[in-house]
Write a protein that binds this ligand. Sequence first.
Ligand code: FAD
Length: 474
Amino acid sequence: MEKISCQVLVIGAGPGGYVAAIRAAQLGLDTVIVEGDRAGGTCLIRGCIPSKAIIHAAERFETLKTHQTSHMGLKVEGDISVDMAALIDWKNVIVGKLNKGVEGLLKGNGARMIKGWASFLDGKTCNVTDSEGNKIAHITTDNVILATGSQPIELPFMPYDEKFILSSTGALDLEKLPDKVAIIGGGYIGLELGCALRKLGVEITVIEGLDTVVSIFDDEMRRPLERWLKKNKITVHTNCFAQGAEVSETGVELSWKDGEGEIVSESFDKVLVTVGRKANTKDWGLEEMGVKMDESGGFVAVDSQCKTNMRGIYAIGDLVGEPLLAHKASAQGEMVAEVIAGKRRDFEPAAIPAIVFTEPEIVSVGMTPDEAEESGENILIGKFPLAANGRALTLEAEKTGGFVRVVARQEDHLIIGIQAVGSHIAELSGAFVLALEMGAVLEDIAGTIHAHPTMGEAFHEGVLKTLGHAIHSM
Ligand code: FAD
């Protein structure tokens, strides 16, 4: 067993941990990162990247189908089919490239990666064990960055077998396309995968406990998605709770309690459970470190520099709670490395963008009108429809409805929130969050020339609308 001592030890090479390790090494700190699975973490191996690859492939397939009858003067002759195994291979090539890229970046920047599972003996010492259970390293360190991430929550009466009862991980590795799938949980992960599977031709039923799907968004933001779900014959049962599943050789008999308290059951080829994620806090010695948990008890408690209550122990990413997003994890990782290197940094973003890659896509940055009013702000709101944006029409991005909505403070016109819905609208999130982070007022964006024809003009027009004088909308 190798004995190692270092200045910074990072546990977990997801978007939180690997960014922290790269930045720490760039700053000249002697850095070791331990990863039990593959570099890239949930995001790269079984989350953001594989899901967006499959979403893109599904969109291509759907587009080809629209050309079976002549559309835009383009016609596809003959059959169009999905070879799911080949699609998954294509997705795996992308994942493989990015995984090797992360490993290369760690090495190139001078961070040493050790492949194995870390288990802490105390706050500054851990053992690393390989997949066969052999102890391969004993590490002592000055600083620890915990970035162990999260995993899908399992329903106790419906354990994952990844054959019939799938987590998101299993759903991203389907070798054969099922005919009929139930999705338990109409949050963003369930609906992103649900929209993609529907486009690939799968019959989808969503079972949601609340009275709407993606309930984090307001009615206006949800409406275009709800219309798409209806138009594409996705059955959505709201106020319903899964009760049990009987798995047989051929499929699953799923039962749920409906809004009236009646038990209903139906057969599916597979059931995908997406009821949320929980932090990885167990079985690696977190208890031995004396680290305090937050009030919920599910996440590690940290301050604005991601310091835990124990000196020299930091925690970042999904392990420290909402929002469970890759870009939040990376931003915290970069900051913590700089804090350890002696820089003055705090994690105080003006906004963390949230995007749902459904059809259409939904973007939210900063406060919604309801949130702004609840916090006592007097606000101005302007909403510009994508149907009035030339580029959106050329891309057919307005077809699912959609808009850019701007929320600003009445007294000084400070932009405090931007929400947008529409196909391809996720690409505007950078402009939105930049406006908030730079403290832009409406007049700053109004006075910025946006290139034509781009969907970015919809943001400009949304701002003009908020000022009461949009050009291309009344
Ligand atoms: P993780 O990425 O979970 O990485 C933690 C790593 O730590 C893992 O690789 C794990 O193997 C390792 N580890 C854990 N314990 C140990 C140990 N004891 N020893 C060694 N290694 C250990 N987020 C977005 O921002 N945008 C999206 O579009 C998006 N889409 C998603 C789609 C899906 C289907 C899923 C499941 C998630 C998605 N997410 C998305 C969420 C995103 O993946 C997470 O927020 C992000 O990966 C969290 O990063 P992290 O570094 O905190 O943890």
